[in-house]
Each structure stands twice: as C-alpha cells, then as structure tokens.
Design a protein around this ligand. Structure first.
Ligand SMILES: Cc1cc2nc3c(=O)[nH]c(=O)nc-3n(C[C@H](O)[C@H](O)[C@H](O)COP(=O)(O)OP(=O)(O)OC[C@H]3O[C@@H](n4cnc5c(N)ncnc54)[C@H](O)[C@@H]3O)c2cc1C
Length: 315
C-alpha cells in the first residue's frame, strides 16, 4: 500500500506524533511511504531516518486555515494515488484530517489505537463511549487515518527523503483562518507527547499542593496534568486538562492523584500503559482501571514516593 504522512513540526523539528504516524504506516506494511508538509521552515533533514522516501513541500497560505491544508493533502493524495493518508490525532490533525477525507472522497478512521491490514484496506481499533469500550472498524482504501499519539512506535529507516515542491492547492475555500496564537505558559512538553504524567484532581484541595506533583513529575522526567475539577477551580490551566473535554493522552505511566475516575476523565487517559492511582477512598472508581493503587492521603503518599525515588537516584 502507498501511504502519505501529513507532517507537523514544532520549533523546526518534526513532532514525535508525526513520526509515530509514519511508524504506524510502516508497521501496517505500507511499502511506499511519502510525506507532505504545508508551510515554511521545515529543516531539509527533518525526516532523515524516518523511513520516508519522498517529502512534498506545499507553500503556506497567508494565514493558517484547515481548509487550505486539507485541500493541499487531498489533491496530492488523489494525484499520487495514495491508499492511505496518515495524520497524528493532534489538535491540528483532528481538524484537517476529516476535511481531507471529504476532499479525497475517502473513508475516515479517527483516533486509531491499533491497525492491521485487511484485504485492500485496514482494520482499526478505536475507543468508544469515552473509553468504556473498544471497537474494531474496517475500511477499504482510499482512506484517511489519525493515530493517537504514544500508541505507535516512531518510524525508523535509512537516508533522507527526496524533496519535491508542490504548487498551492487550487482555490481552496478558506472558511476558518487563524487570526493570532499565543504560546501556553511554561513551554513544557505537551501532555499528549509526555511519557509520564502526574495528574491531580479536586483531592489536591489547594493549588499550592500541586507542588508535590510537580516535584514527583520532575523526578520522573514527566509533566503535570489535571482533572476538570482542578481546572474549573482555577488551580491549573486548561492546557493541563485530561479527559473528554481536555486532552487524550497515552503515556507509559499515568498517575491519578486525588482524582475520582469519572467517565469523562477516563475518556482521556484509559489507554495509558500503566495507571497508578492515589486516593483516600478505597471505593473510588479510578481503582477499577488502575494497575497500581494506593489508598491514602495524597499529601503523605506523594512526598513519600518522591523521597524513595530521590533515594534510589542517590540524591
Ligand atoms: C460534558 C462533560 C465533560 C467533562 N469533561 C471532563 C474532562 O475532560 N476531564 C475531567 O477530568 N472531567 C471532566 N468532566 C467532569 C467529570 O464528570 C468529573 O466531575 C471530574 O473529572 C471530577 O474531577 P476529580 O476527580 O478531580 O474530582 P472529584 O470527583 O471530586 O474527586 C476527588 C477525589 O479526590 C479524592 N481525595 C480527596 N482528598 C484526598 C486526599 N487527601 N488524598 C487522596 N485523594 C483524595 C476523593 O476521594 C475523590 O475520589 C466532564 C463532565 C461533563 C459533564
């Protein structure tokens, strides 16, 4: 199968989630892997070693518009006869991919967790009902897929792709355009790309108590997340929120501290590889999904855990 990867970059570097989308294509057995980048400023060697043999560069529009990106991808997918177009299920991937699927007149499978070849198409595992169920879907080629970050190993391969310039798409109808953007505070690793997340909820009682979560996260090389209750209380920014109306994350380890485990929270973190819950209520629903659980007061358990880790690290 012939696959096209939509490339996202941040600070001149290809996003890990894009490399994972390319990894998903390679693992699926796509023998021809090409990529497309819409915009300026991608380093020429940015996709070196990612197993991609050709990189198409499309000039940017004067301001970011999902319709413009989707038209560029759909036109290329059609012209090049690609069987599958891969996007990472990032904020941007989620808004462009469905539009590109319509433009290409292709099937669409969003936020995919696993993929397998199925005749001329694919079978894809997806989360249903906010993570309560998983379902397998099948779709024939051509199709557009978005892959959930942290679910696929990043692509690897030899050499650098050949670069080919593409013209701007023919008169895309731009409806939504970006007027201005502001970097979120802190410049920390995006939650969706973090390997370790230490999240706190209403059980943290006070924003100052998040310091013990920051400390644990720093010791483990992770980042801090939050439940909606903590965000709504103004304790954490919305960019930290995990869940149905926040971010969907799949880290190696997810700590849920003082979080009850409401279905809307689980929708954002139940595909984490290992879940550790700290809660003083032994009946808290979070323990139903946790791999490891500690029943106790977060204010005692978390500092004790940090102290142990520091000891192990010899600090
Ligand atoms: C449409 C909709 C969308 C939503 N989207 C989201 C979303 O994206 N993300 C999200 O998180 N929620 C979301 N919610 C809200 C969700 O339903 C819950 O209200 C929320 O997740 C609860 O947050 P919490 O677990 O921090 O608080 P609570 O449910 O109040 O739980 C606090 C927990 O802390 C424990 N605790 C208290 N003190 C301590 C202590 N000292 N040590 C240890 N544990 C302690 C308690 O036992 C309790 O289990 C959404 C709701 C709706 C209706």
């Amino acid at each position: 199968m012939k696959a096209l990867i939509y490339v996202e970059q941040r600070d001149g570097k290809v996003r890990t989630a894009t490399l994972e989308a390319a990894g998903a294509a390679a693992a699926l057995g796509c023998d021809e892997l090409h990529a497309v980048f819409v915009g300026d400023g991608l380093a020429a060697d940015a996709l070196a070693g990612a197993g991609v043999s050709k990189l198409f560069l499309v000039p940017p529009s004067d301001s970011y518009s999902p319709e413009y990106h989707a038209a560029a991808v759909a036109e290329l997918a059609r012209d090049g006869g690609y069987d599958i177009v891969f996007f990472a299920a990032t904020q941007r991937g989620k808004e462009i991919a469905p539009l590109a699927a319509v433009g290409r007149r292709a099937a669409f499978l969003g936020d995919v967790l696993e993929l397998a070849a199925d005749g001329g198409g694919v079978k894809a595992k997806r989360s249903l009902y906010g993570g309560k169920l998983f379902g397998w879907f099948s779709a024939p080629a051509p199709l557009v897929v978005t892959t959930r970050p942290k679910m696929f190993a990043p692509a690897s391969g030899e050499g650098e792709p050949a670069v080919e310039e593409r013209p701007a798409p023919a008169a895309p109808e731009k409806r939504a355009v970006l007027i201005e953007s502001h970097a979120s505070a802190g410049g920390k690793v995006d939650l969706t790309e973090a390997d370790i997340i230490v999240s706190g909820g209403r059980g943290m009682k006070d924003p100052a108590n998040f310091a013990i979560l920051e400390e644990l996260a720093e010791l483990l090389g992770g980042v801090v997340g939050a439940s909606r209750a903590a965000v709504d209380a103004g304790w954490r920014p919305h960019s930290d929120q995990v869940g149905q109306t926040g971010k969907v994350v799949s880290p190696q380890v997810y700590f849920a501290v003082g979080i009850s485990g409401a279905i809307q929270h689980l929708a954002g973190m139940s595909s984490s590889k290992v879940i550790v819950a700290v809660n003083k209520d032994p009946e808290a629903p979070i323990f139903k999904v946790a791999d490891y659980g500690v029943v106790g007061d977060a204010m005692k358990v978390v500092p004790a855990l940090s102290a142990e880790i520091r000891k192990k690290k010899g600090g």
